[in-house]
Design a protein around this ligand. Sequence first.
Ligand SMILES: Nc1ncnc2c1ncn2[C@@H]1O[C@H](COP(=O)(O)OP(=O)(O)OP(=O)(O)O)[C@@H](O)[C@H]1O
Ligand SMILES: [Mg+2]
Length: 255
Amino acid sequence: MSAQVSSKQPILRGEGISKFFGGLAAVSDVDFELYPGEILGLIGPNGAGKTTVINMISGAYTPSKGRIFFKEKDITGMKPYQIAHLGISRTFQVVKPFKGMTVRENVSVGAMFGAKGRERSAKEAIEAADEVLEFVGLADMADKPADSLNVASRKRLEVAKALAMGPEVLLLDEVMAGLNFGEIDKAVELILKVRESGVTILVIEHVMRAIKAITDRIFVLRHGVKIADGPPEEVLNDEEVIKAYLGRRYKELVG
Ligand SMILES: Nc1ncnc2c1ncn2[C@@H]1O[C@H](COP(=O)(O)OP(=O)(O)OP(=O)(O)O)[C@@H](O)[C@H]1O
Ligand SMILES: [Mg+2]
C-alpha cells in the first residue's frame, strides 16, 4: 500500500455482501475494505459482479445479505440520495449525460446534490461546476451540449458530475472503456489528481495498464466470489487470477 494510506480503519467496508437475482448469485458473500486515501481496484471477467458491488454500495440495489459500513455507520438499504449526501459518489458504466443540457448544466446538477448540495444556491452550484470542469480539464467545453462530446470527454464529464457532489469516496465504473492509449494516460493522470485532492477511490477497470498504474490494492471477483485481494504485483501474478481472467497472453505481455 502507498504511504498515503494513513489509517488502518476502513472508510468503507462490506461484510459478507450478496446479491441474488432469482437463482443467480451475482455477488456471493464478499468482504471488502477501502482505506482512506487509497485507490482500490476491482477487476474480474464480464458478469463477475463488479457493477453489482457498486450498485449495492451506492444504494441502487439493496444487498440480499450482508452489511455495508461507511465510517462504521451502517448504510445497508439506504436510498441512493441518502448515500450521496453522506459523501459517496459513483459514475455509471453506461454514461448518462442529461440530454439537451450543456456540459456546465450537467455538472451543476451534480453540484446541487451530493454531500455539499443542500447548502448551495443555484448560482453557487454553477460556480462549483465551473471549478470542477477546470479541475477535470473540460472548462473549454462548458457551453457545449453534453451529447456533442466524444467518448473520452463524456467519460470525463461523468467523473466531473460525480466530483461535483463533493464525495469523500468515489466509485468509478469503467471510465476508461473505449478510450485510446493517449486518452487512457490522461484518465490515469486525472484519477491520481482526484486522489491527491483527498478522495478515496474504488475503481472498476478492464484496462490492466491503468489498473497497474493507479491501484494500491486489487480485489478480484469471479462468478460473484472474491478470489484474490492484495497488492497489484501479487494479485496480477496469482495463478488463479491469470487462469480466471487475465489469461496467458497477459502474462507473456507484461510478465
Ligand atoms: N438488475 C439485474 N437483474 C438481473 N440480473 C442482473 C441484474 N444486474 C446484474 N445482473 C446479473 O448479475 C451478474 C453480474 O453483473 P454485473 O453487471 O455486476 O457484472 P460486471 O462484473 O460489472 O460485468 P462487466 O465487466 O460486463 O461490466 C450478471 O450475470 C448480470 O447479468
Ligand atoms: Mg460492469
